[in-house]
Design a protein around this ligand. Structure first.
Ligand code: PXP
Length: 239
């Protein structure tokens, strides 16, 4: 199974100071060097983390695969066609949410979606739809012309015990079904170091997309060296 790393929250941290560090492009290159199969960024309508200039720089720098997560808006369609990531992932987007909250409601937007997707295939950009792990959403994704479905694992990540096992079963069945109708299958949202294990048992899922857990872990594992380094400098300067 491949890992795609979402670097949005490197930009969140950078934006907290409005300066240049940490740089999401440097983080993307580091993730690629460590074996990430792709880099994911979400250009939100409110630009709360990744900015237009980050996207342009990521396009220049990323050599594995750039996945642009985006809402179905004309503005983002134009940006995507100009930037040419290897793929786009369509997500529902609400201004007030902290992160993407649910799968894309394809049934509700079907006619608009079909029109929206038309320019992407000729441009050589694959299309992934972030959906609930449900048969109807999968059928509609295939019908709309998607290449990939990203199964929403957010509920699985929130649940525990029997409820989590049931949600995992739903994800497994959805993955098997999506593959059987010719879609590539990936998964993501809320996955972390503790809840990833059962995915080894779902070979239909080719890739997982993980952001928050990796960036949060990077802070905690990197903090030790960061503090030691500052102390080394201070000690060498006798301050
Ligand atoms: N996949 C999609 C479609 C997302 O919107 C997100 C969050 O940006 C992720 C995966 C990654 O989720 P997390 O940050 O919880 O790993």
């Amino acid at each position: 199974m491949r890992l795609a790393v979402n670097i949005d929250h490197i930009a969140t941290l950078r934006n907290a100071r409005g300066e240049q560090e940490p740089d999401p492009v440097a983080a993307a290159l580091l993730a690629e060097r460590c074996g990430a199969a792709g880099i994911v960024c979400h250009l939100r309508e409110d630009r709360r983390h990744i900015k237009d200039n980050d996207l342009a720089r990521l396009r220049q720098a990323v050599t594995t695969k750039l996945d642009l997560e985006m809402a179905m808006t004309t503005e983002l369609q134009q940006i995507a066609l100009k930037t040419r990531p290897e793929l786009i992932t369509l997500v529902p987007e609400k201004r007030e949410e902290l992160t993407t909250e649910g799968g894309f409601d394809i049934a509700r937007h079907f006619a608009v979606l079909v029109e929206f997707l038309k320019p992407f295939k000729p441009a050589g950009i694959e299309v992934s739809l972030f959906i609930e792990p449900a048969k109807k959403a999968i059928d509609l994704s295939a019908e709309a012309g998607a290449d990939i479905v990203e199964l929403h694992t957010g509920l699985y990540a929130l649940k525990q015990g029997n409820e989590q096992a049931l949600e995992l079963k739903r994800i497994r069945e959805a993955a098997v079904y999506a593959k059987s109708v010719g879609l590539k299958v990936v998964a993501g949202h809320g996955l972390n170091y503790l809840n990833i294990a059962p995915f080894s048992d779902i070979p239909e899922i080719e890739e997982v997309s993980i952001g928050h857990a990796i960036i949060a872990r990077a802070v905690m594992t990197g903090l030790e060296e960061a503090v030691r380094e500052m102390l080394r400098i201070m000690s060498a300067l006798a301050i």
